[in-house]
Design a protein around this ligand. Sequence first.
Ligand code: 2GW
Ligand code: MN
Length: 299
Amino acid sequence: SPDNVNVIHLKRMVYPKPETLKPPRTNVLSVSPWLAPIVWEGNFNIDILNELFRQENVRIGLTVFAIKKYIRFLKTFIETAEKFFMVGYPVNYYIFTDLVSNVTNFNMTVGPRKQLIFLEVPSYKRWQDVTMRRMQMIRDFTKQRFASEVDYLVCVDVDMRFQDHVGVEILSDVFGTLHPAFFVKGRDKFTFERRPESQAYIPEDEGDFYYAGGYFGGKVEEVYKLTNHCHHAMLTDKANNIEAIWHDESYLNNYFLYYKKPTKILSPEYLWNERDGTAFYLRKRRLISLHKNADEVRN
Ligand code: 2GW
Ligand code: MN
């Protein structure tokens, strides 16, 4: 069972009765039209969820890419994950990097049943390829090793800092995250790929949510399907000399709309911009996307 989680069994677990006519959250959408829960603080009881996932002995893989200059984000990312991410559960941190020798000198230590695993991958010249090829690399390692080592994968950007609880409440067959810049906006403002020639195309009158490219996951088998699909869509576009406007994020949005709707959706609590302060409906800001000097890290 998880080490640092209070183990309380479902039998004699005493908690407030769910009230059918008194939803805990009234100012946010808590369920999608296809009945996927949208995860907000207040809507879940972590003790119940911990007991359910503990019974399954879940093992979690957290994938992150630290290629070229982005290696600088790794230390804070891992340090804060140790404090807030899946506390008490076995976690493999899968760090894809082009500089394995550099990072092993970092001398980061992680807690019991946590493992740092460095995976050496090529570094692409164009930054668009660095971000898009993550789909291919996650897919390849899914078959090779993730399937035998973990049950769920959580795939995120590295330019982030955890600052509050992220636990098993996020786990589901396949999950996506509401992009912090778009969840209050209309479809016409979504930056989906709008050229019909692209595999990522979504017309103006379609779309559920605008999902963030930097935070998705699910059961290993589902992450395989997702990354394999997005990688193939990207290759088809490449053969036709077109590249989706927001790269992997555009292909991911197309996949979630047309091929597999997420079975759980993470609210912006799970992905918030450092520069955006806070908002009245946010009870927690769990993972913060760091402000960076784009020109400096990109060149
Ligand atoms: C990316 C863009 C420009 C220059 C460099 C890089 C880069 C990214 C890199 O040199 N090395 C590297 O490891 N990366 C990885 O790709 C790293 O894990 C990073 O967090 C991730 C996405 O790049 P990032 O964080 O600069 O892009 P954002 O924050 O604008 O991300 C959104 O848009 C992307 C598509 O353009 C992706 O969909 C991403 O998932 C989104 O969050
Ligand atoms: Mn990012």
